[in-house]
Each structure stands twice: as structure tokens, then as C-alpha cells.
Design a protein around this ligand. Structure first.
Ligand code: UDP
Length: 317
């Protein structure tokens, strides 16, 4: 248990990563406020935490676009935003608003209380990357008017706002760029590749492979991501990031399908579907900065992270 205990706001705390982070912070003995509007967050992610840590967990159903939360806090983690393409594309205008207005409101709140504020940014700021692996110095290759732009550009403008608040107003900011987190508590309906493939394999349905499956991703187990976020928050004020948090183990989507078929013992065939517009072809984090500044490195490779994730989906079914 770390001491002294802090008052911490987690926006998006009912979501997949938000609820893992909330659990971690409660376990460390802190008082946690969760703000979530249940756009993609889920009650069932928080219920067990209420049972275990009820007195130190406060939930407020609020939208960060119109955030009225104003209690004193020491730290803010801004995770509120749908993160899977089908979700953030369902209402792209709301997605951009959530990124921008959410960032604005948490920055103002942090300023009011002198709190540290961490932005959960994304590898999507690199877009269809022309540099590989991607390091933080790379400015990215993002289509500003495609179907992914609401998220990619939303996250980019949020970073921009964070750095302007830091330069102009001395905000105590931290920016993490997360690469494809996965693990238990993923929303079964979020349409991401890990959840889709596992559910399809368990149901003996065809695995929907978009494109030829040669595009790559680097999947980071949720506990590793959370450790990285907390390590970043704990850095001195002169370290702002942005810092990549991801697992450098890179796999083609076809390899992922094969791994999931092997681990589930499923006989599902592959069903080819068109590659979505602007789907990045490669993605792998350069994590030299996280290693050096946070002494962080992911501990759980894909082969170890998939079995508990499969177990979680099995239990859901
Ligand atoms: N993908 C796929 N089948 C699916 C869902 C996704 O082949 O059922 C592909 C998708 O086109 C992308 C990769 O898997 O190339 C990762 O997709 P996801 O939505 O999980 O994450 P993101 O594209 O945001 O990295």
C-alpha cells in the first residue's frame, strides 16, 4: 500500500482500462472518483469494486463534455472516450467533442486544484505510420477527414491542448500513448479484433479477417498498460511525455487469428472481409523512453495474456 493515500479522479472509469485502473488505485489505498456516462463503460465493471471498496469509491454518472465534477483531487486520469473503431465511429461528432471538451474540462479541474492530470492518448496519433517502429518524436501520418479522424484527430487535439496548458499555464500534465490494450473486462460487443476473434472462435463461427491479414498490431496486456499509466503519473513534474505504452511484440492479424484458434481448440474457418478505410498497416511501439523514464517494460507477452482473456470470454458465454 502506497502512502499517503490520494484523491484521484478517473474519467471513463467504468470502461475496460478505466475499471482496471480504478481497481489498481483502490487496491493501493486511494480514494477514487469515477466519472462515466456509460457510452461504452459498463456497470458490471464497477459492481465488484463497490462490493470490495465501497467506502473509497464514488461514482458519478456524467459526460466529460459537460463535466460539472469539481471536488478537490490530487490526480486525474482522463480515459473517457470510446476506443474501438465501431464505437467511436457510431457518433463521430460526439467522439471529437469528447476528446476536446473532455481534455479541456479535466485540465481546468487540474488547474483549479493544482492536480496532476494524465491524458490517455493513443498510437492512433501516428495514423498509417510511415516510421516503424513508432517513437514519440514521429509526428504521424493521419488522414484528417476520414472515418477514423474523429478519434485520431480528437486525440491529437487533446494532446495539443494538454501541452498548451502546460506551456502557458503551468499545468502538471502527463501524456501516454497507448497501443492496443486487451484483456479481461473488454466489452464483448466492442468489435475489436481480440474480442471478435475470441468470441467467434468460442462460438465456432468464422473469424472475420479484414483485408489479407498481413497488417500488424502490437497487443499490450491490460495489467502492463495500467502499471505504465501509474508509473507515468508518479514521475516528477518536469516529465510530461508523450510516452508510448505498448508491447513491442508485433503480430500480423492472421497470426493472431491462428494463435486464438490454437488456444481455444476451435475449428472456425477464416472469413475474409474488406479492410476498413484508413486501417493502419503496421503498428509497433518504440518503448525506449518508457524504459528509461518510467523503468517500465511490459511483462506479459501475447501467449500469456490471451489465455486469461479467453477464460473471461468463456465465462461470459
Ligand atoms: N480486424 C479484423 N477483424 C475484426 C476486427 C478487426 O481483422 O473482426 C483488424 C482491423 O482491420 C485492424 C486490426 O484487426 O487491422 C486491429 O483492429 P482493432 O479494431 O482491434 O484495433 P485498431 O484498428 O484500432 O488498432
Amino acid at each position: 500500500m502506497s502512502s499517503p493515500s490520494k484523491r484521484i479522479l478517473v474519467t471513463g472509469g467504468a470502461g475496460f482500462l478505466g475499471s482496471h485502473l480504478t481497481e489498481h488505485l483502490l487496491r493501493e489505498g486511494h480514494k477514487v472518483y469515477v466519472v462515466d456516462n456509460f457510452w461504452t463503460g459498463r456497470r458490471e465493471n464497477l459492481l465488484p469494486l463497490f462490493l470490495r471498496y465501497g467506502d473509497r469509491l464514488t461514482f458519478l454518472r456524467e459526460d466529460v463534455r459537460t463535466l460539472s465534477f469539481s471536488r478537490p483531487v490530487d490526480e486525474i486520469y482522463n480515459l473517457a472516450c470510446p476506443a474501438s473503431p465501431p464505437h467511436y465511429q457510431r457518433d463521430p461528432i460526439a467522439t471529437t467533442q469528447t476528446c476536446f471538451l473532455g481534455a479541456m474540462h479535466v485540465l481546468e479541474l487540474a488547474e483549479k486544484w493544482g492536480a496532476k492530470v494524465l491524458q490517455a492518448s493513443t498510437s492512433e496519433v501516428y495514423g498509417d505510420a510511415l516510421q516503424h517502429p513508432q517513437s514519440e518524436g514521429y509526428w504521424g501520418n493521419v488522414n484528417p477527414r476520414g472515418p477514423r479522424s474523429c478519434y485520431d484527430e480528437g486525440k491529437r487535439v487533446a494532446e495539443s491542448l494538454f501541452f498548451d496548458f502546460h506551456r502557458r499555464r503551468g499545468a502538471r500534465i502527463k501524456v501516454a500513448r497507448l497501443f492496443n490494450a486487451y484483456g479481461p473486462q473488454m466489452d464483448p460487443l466492442d468489435g475489436r479484433v481480440v474480442s471478435n476473434f475470441i468470441l467467434q472462435a468460442l462460438r465456432q463461427e468464422p473469424l472475420t479477417l479484414y483485408g489479407d491479414g498481413t497488417q500488424t498490431r502490437s497487443f499490450c496486456y491490460c495489467q502492463d498498460t495500467i502499471r505504465g499509466l501509474v508509473a507515468l503519473m508518479d514521475t516528477p513534474d518536469d516529465f510530461t511525455g508523450p510516452v508510448n505504452l505498448g508491447n513491442p511484440g508485433e503480430f500480423t492479424i492472421r497470426e493472431l487469428a491462428e494463435k486464438i484458434l490454437a488456444l481455444t481448440g476451435s475449428r472456425s474457418p477464416l472469413a475474409h472481409r474488406p479492410l476498413p478505410t484508413d486501417d493502419p498497416r503496421v503498428r509497433r511501439p518504440d518503448i525506449s523512453l518508457a524504459r528509461m523514464a518510467l523503468h517500465w517494460t511490459p511483462a506479459i507477452p501475447l501467449d500469456q495474456g490471451l489465455p486469461p482473456t479467453i477464460q473471461y470470454f468463456k465465462a461470459l458465454l
